[in-house]
Design a protein around this ligand. Sequence first.
Ligand code: SF4
Length: 275
Amino acid sequence: MPDPAQHPLTGGLFSSPVPPGAGWPGDPATAETPVAATPAQVRRLAKGADGIRELDARISVCRACPRLVEWRESVATEGRRAAFADQPYWGRPGPSFGDPDAEVLVVGLAPAANGTNRTGRMFTGDRSGDWLYAALHRGGYASQPTSVASGDGLVLTGLRIVATVRCAPPANKPTTEEKATCAPWLDRDLELSEPRLRSMLALGSIAWDAALGAARRRGWLVPRPKPTFGHGAEVILRTATGRPVRLVGSYHVSQQNTFTHKLTEAMLDDVIARL
Ligand code: SF4
């Protein structure tokens, strides 16, 4: 384990990975938060989380996918990017971020190795986050257009960011098994949000499939054949009580899409306006 290093905003000293309850800004967990070490424990602890805060805490200490735990911690210790080598790395799963009473969910794919895995906040510390938070600010959901680091004062209102997989995967590619292991965290996020939920934005086809899968497992009415993902694709899902929830698709805000102009600011603003 590298020597403790200073948080870039608060100056607090932290080991990498950051121990739960050590005072990291926004850390939802404590040293007592139960840790899931198997897929069965993920299912049990997700189901038993009695609110968003406890769910976030349990997600943030999960260790159920050996390959991803090994990868996220190795990046956080000996694999840091040179530009961030003097910073502590979160090195834990990325909990959901935003308003616990959200009416809108943004579903992402997985944390980036030097982004969320460093900062502990979804879409924070890399270019994809610059795009997403600027758009959420324009759309009226974010208190500021940037998300630099946990502790920077950013507040989301009416919207929460969740993910298909919560740990940074090698090459940004989680396996089918890892997606299945992590799914109960998303299922519970959806379940806890359901009473207020109006719409969801899926960033990329994997998030689209994850949102549809979670909705089906919740017993929602999902059109068959499965709605096809595309930028601007839209489908109305119905909860078990018949309430409509809009699912909108967007190309992912990855550099691969934004640098090549496959996704423009106007395109992103358009889908956010539909939420
Ligand atoms: S990907 Fe999900 S289930 Fe797997 S270790 Fe990370 S948080 Fe746990």
